[in-house]
Design a protein around this ligand. Structure first.
Ligand code: GZL
Length: 331
């Protein structure tokens, strides 16, 4: 009998040793004792997105005690849902989600919550009944971005000497259902409501990519060319639209037929602005890695963190820019 007991004891002890090397669920312990973060990123659709991914990689390094696992969802929410469920199975210590669209997150966030893994929502937002399903949402105030663009346009037009009858706006929209699209669109539509002499001649789905922006604007220009403003919800779509305008022989920017308003304020867009090709760049700051790290440090220290954190942003016209400023920009 004693022999059997000693065999069972050996088996139990062996099992304990084997398991002790495994990552404890959210116990912040693993083989190298790194804090493991699963990051579900929208994709790599724009210069903004690539800069945002770079900011996170530069922040969460092994030598600072982190293991960052990045999954690129290629702008498909289904991929993100699978990625997040994979992080739960992996037993990561924290999950960061940059959501493609606002809806469809309730179930997976409940699963993550039930697994006891904290979640940070980055960049865009999620529309869920219970905001306790995530620690915080850190990103941009997209409605404010749009309102800054509308206020600028209002000042431009009210000062314009030609006093034209109607201001015709071509609206190039980002990924439908994303917070960036929903709020930048809401600001413009509010502006049109407030200005009876403004009209949106068409709303085109550019999905935040240069290729789609070129495609939909080219198609529109094949049978229309009567508009005064291009309101484009990100720089990459703007670059595609500029190519289409060039091919159609329509001038834009300084002294052009079409004024261009674009969002993100990437280095290339700022260069076009300084060169008089783009009239207004509305900044959307992708370099949020360090702010995310501070929030995680506060969380791990047991401190309360705000439910919503906005990054600092500005707007730029040609008069606000110098070549030195542009060359020094991080993205
Ligand atoms: C904004 C971000 C948007 C950018 C686009 O925070 O969600 O998505 O404006 C990017 O460039 O594709």
């Amino acid at each position: 009998m004693r022999r059997y007991c000693s065999i069972i004891l050996c088996i139990v002890m062996t099992l304990c040793l084997v398991c002790s090397g495994c990552r404890k669920d959210n116990g912040n312990e693993n083989a190298n004792d790194l804090f493991v973060i699963g990051f579900s990123q929208v994709g790599s659709e724009s210069d903004w997105r690539i800069a945002n991914t770079r900011s996170m990689m530069e922040t969460f390094t092994n030598d600072k005690g982190y293991e960052l696992i990045i999954q690129n969802a290629k702008q498909q929410q289904d991929n993100q849902l699978a990625d997040v469920r994979g992080f739960v199975l992996e037993g990561v210590d924290l999950i960061i989600i940059a959501p493609t669209v606002e809806t469809g997150w309730e179930n997976v966030l409940k699963e993550v919550h039930d697994a006891g893994i904290p979640v940070i929502i980055l960049d865009r937002s999620v529309a869920v009944w219970d905001s306790n399903l995530y620690l915080t949402n850190i990103g941009s105030d997209f409605l404010e971005q749009g309102r800054r663009a509308v206020d600028w346009l209002d000042k431009q037009v009210s000062e314009s000497v030609d006093g034209q009858e109607t201001l015709k706006i071509l609206h190039l929209q980002g990924t439908y259902g994303s917070t960036a699209q929903l709020m930048r669109t809401k600001a413009l539509e509010e502006g049109v409501e407030e200005h009876k002499d403004w009209v949106i001649v068409s709303q085109l789905d550019g999905d935040f990519t240069e290729a789609k922006g070129y495609e939909v604007v080219s198609e529109y220009l094949s049978s229309n060319n009567d508009f005064d403003v291009l309101y484009s919800e990100n720089d990459n779509m703007t670059f595609g639209a500029m190519r289409a305008l060039d091919e159609a022989g329509i001038t834009y920017g300084e002294n052009g037929q079409v004024r261009i308003i674009t969002f993100d304020a990437s280095r290339d867009a700022l260069q076009y602005c300084l060169d008089g090709k783009i009239d207004l760049c509305v900044e959307c700051n992708p370099m949020s890695g360090p702010m995310v790290e501070e929030l995680i440090k506060d969380y791990r220290a047991g401190e309360d963190i705000p439910r919503q954190v906005y990054v600092e942003e500005a707007i730029f016209t040609k008069d606000d820019l110098t070549q030195a400023m542009i060359d020094a920009r991080p993205y």
